[in-house]
Design a protein around this ligand. Sequence first.
Ligand SMILES: C[S@@+](CC[C@H](N)C(=O)[O-])C[C@H]1O[C@@H](n2cnc3c(N)ncnc32)[C@H](O)[C@@H]1O
Length: 332
Amino acid sequence: MNAPAPLHTAETLRSALAAALDGLPARQAAQAVERLIANYRGATPTDAPILRDRADVAAYAAYRMPATFEAVRSALEAFADTVPGWAPGDHTDVGGGTGAAAWAVSATWAGDRPVTVLDWAEPALALGRELAAANPALHAARWHRSRIGAALTLDGADLVTVSYVLNELTAPDRAALVDAAAGAAQTVVIVEPGTPDGYARVIEARDRLISAGFRVAAPCPHSAACPIVPGTDWCHFSARVSRSSLHRQVKGGSLPYEDEKFSYVAATRLPVTPAPARVVRKPQIRKGQVLLDLCETDPALHRTTVTKRHGDRYRAARDTDWGDPWPPAGHA
Ligand SMILES: C[S@@+](CC[C@H](N)C(=O)[O-])C[C@H]1O[C@@H](n2cnc3c(N)ncnc32)[C@H](O)[C@@H]1O
């Protein structure tokens, strides 16, 4: 489980969202969320934006943006660990909606950089711009209408993010988007829901990026084929998210948080040192031992048991979370 984002960015986002929802009657917001959930469960892709008006985007943002923000931030953090000292000089977020990935980049790498958010839904871009007023790193961000399809072209950028978008696209549009990102970016980070289908779309994109000359930096410790036999399992991770009041209104429940499951790939043309292995399931802590399910460089999936007699390594294993590299730095 990845730790939540530095509190100030997550909290700034939360209060910007609360301010944006202020004035939207709770019942209208709840109805918009219900409609969006139904739409996202239904047959996508669509020919026209699902996010039609301000009530839709405000509801989407309040309900989903804290979760997509935390998922992208976790993926970026894993990537950042493989390129210590590097920070993107500029960033483009495609299908960026209200800007969750732009916020996540600003939470991962300090400082300002040119940021461009592209989406076909004008109301999403408008709300994204409004929310970004609360984040100094995004004051100069550009919010542009752009349709993902065969005609998509992207300007060169150090980092291109594609977050929770592939599932809204047809197969040819997914291919066009990944190819455009590969042609424009030094590093591409793709995040999808942590479902079997989301994982399958990530693997499809991963293969395309490798064919275009990229190396996988995270989560995989290698750029060879994924060792998971298709249909038997799916690689995914988890990010903890505080639940918003709208979330609680719509879904009920009393837990103050939820765990957002996501699949991702971070691929790059930069020289990178991927983790030697990554923990791909929630570690099981037993009396005197920790069971870690690892994806290793062979490439292979492998369970290792770390016991008390491993000393420091055992203590490190007890602190290791799902999604973390193994062994941690300094324990090789
Ligand atoms: C589920 S939302 C994700 C938004 C944002 N990336 C995030 O992680 O919160 C999907 C976004 O993709 C955009 N989108 C879907 N199909 C698109 C297309 N063909 N061209 C441009 N944007 C598209 C939608 O308008 C929406 O903003």
